[in-house]
Design a protein around this ligand. Structure first.
Ligand SMILES: [Zn+2]
Length: 223
């Protein structure tokens, strides 16, 4: 069930009070329109009617797509220590509440960045696996290793037998694209599965660049 509440928010720029509808849970089945709003950046955004200031509300949100057996927990934060704490908390509470047993066959993802959340939704909507996508992103960024720190690579689209990635360079302030044939994806998917990685979760997972680095270094998720 999709759940919202109203918040009175004071604009940090001009002080004007506004009422904002905050969504803490979005269930795709009963709210496809909310999913569209989310993908177009209209969910949990504070927009001041008086001065135009806009910012993401610091609110957690659970995204649930039962058709795809996908659940994404989004907890916005930029701080690594807070991120780790939130991740530990969700793992612990899911285990203790017995929720995990009800989510057999699901992919459970933990993200802290809005773009990461939107990217995950797109990846799964394209019936791709984000573990493979993260590996490919790592490979793309490592082609220009000197610049990998200043670049962010994101899934773009999947069409005509190719997967396109967007590479945003923060120093050069440019966006590049890079295309990977689906055969490369299929080959990587098969080798990952052969190495013991599962296409579903046994617990909440943070599938990001760090995860992909660990995979490349030969550490599987031990399942
Ligand atoms: Zn304002």
């Amino acid at each position: 069930m999709s759940i919202n509440s109203k918040r009175s928010v004071k604009c940090p720029q001009c002080g004007q009070m506004s009422e904002v509808t905050v969504w803490n849970s979005i269930t795709v089945n009963d709210s496809p329109d909310l999913k569209e709003d989310l993908l177009s950046g209209g969910i949990n955004m504070f927009r001041c009617a008086s001065c135009g200031y806009a910012a993401l509300m610091p609110e957690p949100m659970l995204y649930h797509d039962s058709g795809r057996k996908l659940m994404i927990s989004f907890s916005p934060t930029n701080e690594a220590a807070v991120r780790q704490q939130l991740f530990d908390n969700i793992r612990k509470s899911s285990r203790e509440s017995g929720e995990l047993q009800k989510l057999t066959g699901y992919n459970l993802r933990f993200v802290t960045d809005l773009n990461e959340l939107l990217e995950k939704i797109l990846i799964f909507d394209n019936e791709l696996n984000d573990k493979v996508i993260e590996l490919i992103k790592l490979m793309i960024l490592s082609q220009d290793i000197d610049k990998s720190e200043q670049r962010v690579c994101r899934f773009g689209k999947y069409e005509n037998g190719a997967i396109e990635f967007m590479i945003h360079d923060h120093i050069e302030n440019r966006i590049y694209t890079s295309s990977v044939p689906e055969e490369t994806y299929d080959r990587l998917f098969n080798s990952l599965m052969e190495s013991g990685v599962k296409p579903y979760s046994f617990d909440w997972e943070a599938v990001d660049g760090t995860y992909a680095t660990r995979l490349l270094n030969g550490f599987n998720n031990h399942f």
